[in-house]
Design a protein around this ligand. Structure first.
Ligand code: AMP
Length: 440
């Protein structure tokens, strides 16, 4: 029995049942207002890319598995992290959800043969079967650009400047730009030989995982963040010391171009990045606000052989991909890029039952304003609470009295101008005027 003598409410009725289904491991539902913040972030990128002459490409979320094999048979991305499957075709096709977009864009280039240089930007979800942790998901969103059909180092500079400018424009101030050159098919084999024989000679000092990586792709050993590997990696030969004259010249041009634009960068001679297709310029944006193991907010580089690998003509290319999820995490830490203000301008509070709200919302929305209302004939107090929570700067209140007089009560929910009566037909004009004068 409870204190007032009534029967105790059965506990079960207040316990929220565990949901039967949850979002799959490594995926998340992104709800408002965070979803609005993401969309705004992508819009800023779209605007910057469009103003730099890039056109959007919308391509499939899945491709023939063969397209992604070109990323590198020895990369984790291809061997372990692919969401691949067979479709219902006869014979069945081997397909995979895209883990990144560069390979798909090159496939599209070969298929459509656009006039080079082809400058494209994209956005969308990518899928990797990784071990989820903060900033690492199985479905995540990237935005990126690619320029296909030129090996001019000015394109490298333009692309890097676009990425750096975008990150700065969203308010991130603690982002380091790391730059390296991975050489070309002329000088890379010589370097690979030197690196492999060095790593073989220090094999016993490497971690067990890096010994396995060494067999598959010695370059990737340099990517290891394991402490045991540090001393071996620190003394490894560096690609920059083996560059051919052409690659060295290209790298010099990129560096001096970045300097001329006042873009701060560090040469990072051990930056190899995860994918096999990179040649010459490679770069990464590292956010200091994030944990060191997960601090890459984006990266990219040149891939002068990828289009050819996919059956196309010799076509150099350069691009980058930025991780929207991680950029937002870095923004959280830096207090940057807050959610945009609510798209609602007015919340209509109707105490006559609801049909007045229906008509008024219709008028306001028809006039291009944001308007919402409550459902279910709720009390004035409950509706005002919803109005406050909606983020709208104004409430419009309509009761029997207003209906009879052809007026409305307009209330300022943010400022201190209180409320006043306005003629019903003046509503949209009045709200627009207030929005302009209040600068909401
Ligand atoms: P990558 O395509 O591997 O060069 O990655 C480019 C950027 O995408 C990274 O710098 C991250 O910001 C982001 N990214 C890559 N993998 C993930 C993931 N599993 N979860 C979240 N973001 C990711």
């Amino acid at each position: 029995m409870s204190r007032n003598g009534g029967a105790e409410r059965p506990l079960a009725s207040v316990v929220v049942a565990e949901p039967k289904f949850r979002a799959p491991k490594g995926t998340r539902d992104i709800l408002a207002p965070e979803s609005a913040r993401r969309r705004a972030l992508v819009d800023v990128f779209a605007d910057a890319a469009s103003r730099a002459g890039f056109g959007e490409v919308v391509s499939p979320m899945f491709e023939d598995m063969g397209v992604f094999r070109r990323i590198g048979e020895s990369t984790d991305l291809v061997t372990k992290e692919m969401f691949d499957f067979y479709d219902k075709g006869q014979p069945a096709r081997h397909l995979a959800l895209r883990p990144e977009l560069t390979a798909g864009i090159c496939r599209a280039f070969v298929e459509h043969r656009p006039v080079p240089p082809w400058k494209v930007w994209y956005e969308g979800p990518q899928f990797r079967y990784e071990q989820p942790q903060a900033g690492r998901y199985r479905q995540f969103v990237q935005v990126g650009v690619e320029v296909l059909g030129t090996d001019d180092p000015q394109a490298d500079i333009d692309v890097i400047a676009l990425g750096a400018g975008f990150l700065a424009s969203v308010g991130l101030s603690r982002v380091r730009l790391l730059v390296n050159s991975l050489g070309d098919p002329m000088c890379r084999p010589v370097y690979m030989e030197a690196l492999t024989s060095y790593l073989q000679s220090r094999r016993d000092d490497l971690s067990a995982q890096s010994r396995v990586t060494l067999e598959r792709n010695p370059l990737r050993v340099l990517d290891s963040k394991r402490r045991d590997d540090r001393s071996v990696i620190d003394s490894a030969p560096l690609m920059v010391d083996y560059l051919s004259d052409e690659s060295a010249e290209h790298f010099d041009a990129v560096r001096s171009g970045l300097e001329s634009l006042g873009i701060a960068f560090e040469i990072s001679p051990r930056l190899v990045r995860g994918l096999d297709y990179y040649t010459r310029t490679t770069f990464e944006f590292a956010a200091e606000a994030l944990d060191a193991s997960q601090n890459a907010v984006g990266g990219g580089g040149r891939y002068d052989g990828l289009v050819e690998d996919l059956g196309g003509p010799v076509t150099p290319g350069i691009g980058f991909a930025l991780g929207i999820d991680r950029i937002l995490l870095a923004c959280d830490v830096e207090g940057a890029f807050p959610p945009p203000r609510s798209a609602l301008d007015v919340f209509v509070v109707d105490v006559t039952g609801g049909s007045q709200a229906l008509a008024l919302c219709d008028v306001l929305r028809g006039a291009g304003l944001g308007a919402d209302r409550a459902y279910g004939g709720r009390s004035m107090k409950a509706q005002m609470k919803l109005a406050d929570r909606s983020g709208a700067p104004f409430a419009v209140i309509i009761g029997e009295e207003e209906v009879a007089s052809g007026e409305l009560t307009l209330r300022d929910l943010r400022g201190d101008s209180g409320q006043r009566r306005i003629p019903r037909r003046a509503l949209a004009g009045e709200v627009r005027h207030l929005l302009e004068t209040h600068g909401v």
